[in-house]
Each structure stands twice: as structure tokens, then as C-alpha cells.
Design a protein around this ligand. Structure first.
Ligand code: ZN
Length: 122
């Protein structure tokens, strides 16, 4: 199941979840999902500052799905994010919220490095 695969990624690969205000206009995907970015080389998942707990959690799930299914396009990733989030039981929802909230740390002064960012597609 997808949910088990994503939990395994968080548990075993020790991704660092970073809340940052430096995501504007950069990143993967389109419009609202420049809310997040996954940087597998650095083992970091960046989430935009100021999102509601629910949106943070969905963004985290969205970025993990990108990593687990690199062949899926943006639409498929987002569709599966919504479906998965709606189907989470309380325990699993708490699990992802923990990583998107409690375990996440805020970093408002990430130093910009070209290697950190993807070039916007258009
Ligand atoms: Zn995306």
C-alpha cells in the first residue's frame, strides 16, 4: 500500500523536514505545489511556511509520492495525495502530521544555493 511505503521512507531514510519561507517561485510542480520541494540528494523536504497543519501534511505526502513514484506526473501525484489523505485513519494522519509539524524545524534563513533549487519550467 502506498501509505505504508511512504511511512517506510520517513522512518528509514531520515528525511529532514524543513519549514521555510524561501520557497516562493521555485520548485517542483505548479501553482499551489510550489508549497513544497523534495531534495533527495540532501535528504531534505522543504515545506513553505505559513500553511495550515492539514496543508503542511498534504504537502509532505505530495513530496514523498514524487520520490516514491518518479514516473508519475504532477496531476497523478496530486490526485493520489488527495485520495491518500482522505483515506488516512487517525493514527496514520497523526503520523504524517507529526513529521510535518513536531519533527519539522523552521529555517527562515536557508542560504540560497543554485543546487538547492529546480529551475521553474516556464
Ligand atoms: Zn508536485
Amino acid at each position: 500500500m502506498l501509505v505504508e511505503k511512504l511511512k517506510k521512507m520517513l522512518d528509514e531514510s531520515s528525511y529532514d523536514v524543513v519549514i521555510t519561507n524561501k520557497l516562493t517561485g521555485c520548485g517542483r510542480g505548479h501553482d499551489r505545489y510550489t508549497q513544497g520541494m523534495i531534495l533527495p540528494d540532501q535528504m531534505r523536504i522543504l515545506i513553505k511556511d505559513g500553511l495550515s497543519p492539514e496543508e503542511r501534511t498534504k504537502t509532505l505526502i505530495h513530496e514523498l509520492i514524487h520520490e516514491s513514484h518518479p514516473d508519475w506526473d504532477e496531476e497523478a501525484v496530486e490526485k493520489n495525495t488527495q485520495t491518500l489523505f482522505e483515506s488516512l485513519n487517525d493514527e496514520d494522519k497523526g503520523y504524517f502530521m507529526f513529521y510535518a509539524q513536531e519533527a519539522a524545524h523552521t529555517q527562515t534563513n536557508l542560504t540560497w544555493q543554485p543546487s538547492l533549487w529546480f529551475t521553474p519550467e516556464n
